[in-house]
Design a protein around this ligand. Sequence first.
Ligand code: HEC
Length: 131
Amino acid sequence: MLQSWVIGCGLASGSGAASQEGVDGGKLYTIVDGKVDARTYNGFRRYHAGCNHCHGPDGVGSTFVSSLVDRLLDIAAFRRVVREGQSNGALVMKGFADDPNFAPYIDDIYAYLQARADGALGRGRPTRLEP
Ligand code: HEC
């Protein structure tokens, strides 16, 4: 069960950690020796289940919708847009507030996109740290 994955179990301590700052204004992802924590991995999976067909694989954008990696909103604005939706002329993104496959995991998706935006994570499927 994804929901039962333990997050933040202290793996970030030590030299290989790319980033582990607090949740307040810091980084939501943890990458150790190129491997991502459960939250970031879940974000990758969720992103590629519900966002990639508009925002492009790995967050790079598409011909019709902006990249989420080149310019990432701050987390408060990100949560609001993803919950409430956004449109640009005829292009409409529905809000995900009532979608049980996404609403609980918005921060996980943010963690993944933040790692991509920071250049800490490349394209493609990441390897997950063992729980
Ligand atoms: C049906 C297509 C579609 C899907 C699916 C979709 N979006 Fe969007 N998204 C858009 C459009 C259209 C916009 C507004 C125009 C733009 O930013 O290019 C937008 C805007 C956004 C923005 C604001 C970008 C900014 O810089 O202002 C965020 C953040 C975002 N989407 C995240 C997501 C996430 C996360 C998912 C998956 C849970 C998702 N979107 C799924 C079409 C989509």
